[in-house]
Design a protein around this ligand. Sequence first.
Ligand SMILES: [Fe+2]
Length: 439
Amino acid sequence: MNASLSLAEKTRAALVEGEFLRGDPISGDRYYSREFMQQEWDHMWTRTWQVGAVEAQFPDAGCVVTHEIGKESILMVRDDEGRIRAFYNVCQHRGNRMVECEQTKVRRLVCNYHSWCYGLNGSLLIAKDTDDFPQGNPVGKLGLKELPCETFGGLVWINMDPQAKPLRESLGVVADQLECYPMERMVRVMHMTAEVDCNWKVIQDNFNEAYHVQALHKELATFIDDDYQNTDFEIFNNGHSRMLMKGCLPAAGVKSKKIQEPLASIMRAWKLDPDDFDGRAADARLAVQQQKRKLGAERGYQHYDNLNDDQLTDYYHYTLFPNMSFTMAAESYQILRPQPHPTDPEKCLFDHWFFVIAEEGQTEVETPVGMHPLAPAAHEVFKHGDQSIGFVADQDLSVAIAQQRGLNSRGYSDSYLSGQEARVRRYHEVINDYIAGRV
Ligand SMILES: [Fe+2]
C-alpha cells in the first residue's frame, strides 16, 4: 500500500482491498440460533465493557442504578468512600434480586426476603440468627459479588469478566479521541428503550455502514454529505471503528440552489444568512465552522478549543464493540445501543440516549424526538412502533424486522458487501474471535 496516504485514506483503501477481512460468512443462523446466542453470551457479552449508567446519576453515597443486560441485572452504587462500584444484583443468601427498581438511594442494601443487609461496599453487615448457620456466621464472610467498574466520559462502565483489561486499554485509541468532547458535562436529555423484533446485530450492522443512508435517510442529504467517497472509515483494534461524515454540507445529489432546513436554521443560529449562500451551499460548512470559532466561547462552548475545525460541523461516529454507537457532534452526542434480549435471539432492546451541552441560559434543547427540558430525562420503555425513538432511528428500524425475517430464509446464505460496508464483516469476525477464544 502507498505509504504516503493519510491514515484515513489508507484505511479506506484497506477496506476496499479487504486487508482486515478474512471473509467469514455472515450466516443467517447468527441472527436466530439460540445456540449462537448462548455462545455470544458465554464468550462475548460476559467479557466486554458495557455502559451501565451515567455518572451524574450518582451525586451522593448510596445512589444506586441497576442495569439489565441479557438475563443479568447489575447494581451500581456510590460507596462511602465516593467510589462507584458494581455488583451482581443478587443476594448471596438465596439468590433473590436485591434492587428491583432502576434508580434509588439507600443507606444500606437490604434484601427484602430475609433482611440480609449489605454495606455500600458490598460486605454483609447484618443477618438474622447468625448463630444458626452450621457453615459459620455469614456476616463478615459473605459479600455481594463484585465486578470491574470504571468511569470514563461521564459514563459508568461495567464488565462481567473478573480478568477484564482496563477500560482505557480496551477502548484503545478511541478513548484518546473521545477526550476532546466534554462528555462529563453533557446532560442525558433523552433516555429511551424500544423492544424490537430483531436480533441485536441487525441494528448494530446498520450502524456499521452508511451505504443505507441515501436510501433510508433521504432527508439527511440536505445537510450531511452522505457520499462514501467523502466519508472516512477507520477500523481500530478490539473491534472498534469510526466513520467521519461531513455535516453542514449538502450532498452532491441535492439540486436545490437554496440552503434547506435544518441547515438554514443552524446557520441562522450562528448569525449567518442562508440566502447569502444561494448557489454556493458547499461554502456553508466552512462559514459555520468560522462562526463557531468566533462566537462559541461567549455562548459557553469553551470546549470548542479542544475540537478541530471539522469536529465543529461533522459527525464523528464511533462503533464500540460489541454493541454501542457514539455519534459525536460539537454540542451533543448520542448513544445507540441494541442490547441482547434475555431469552429470545429474535428480539432486542434498543437504547437511544441523547446528551447535550447547552448554551448559557438555555432551558430547553432539541432532541431527536423534539424539544425536551434541559434536565436528566426519565427512562421511557416501549414496544417498537408505539412511539418514535427519533426519526432517523425509526427509519433504521423500519427495515429491521423485514431483514430479520429474510435472514431466517433458506434463500439467504451470506451478505454481498460493498467496500464501504467492510466494517460489518469485520465486526462479525471479531464476534467470531471472541467465540473461538482468539481474544
Ligand atoms: Fe441509518
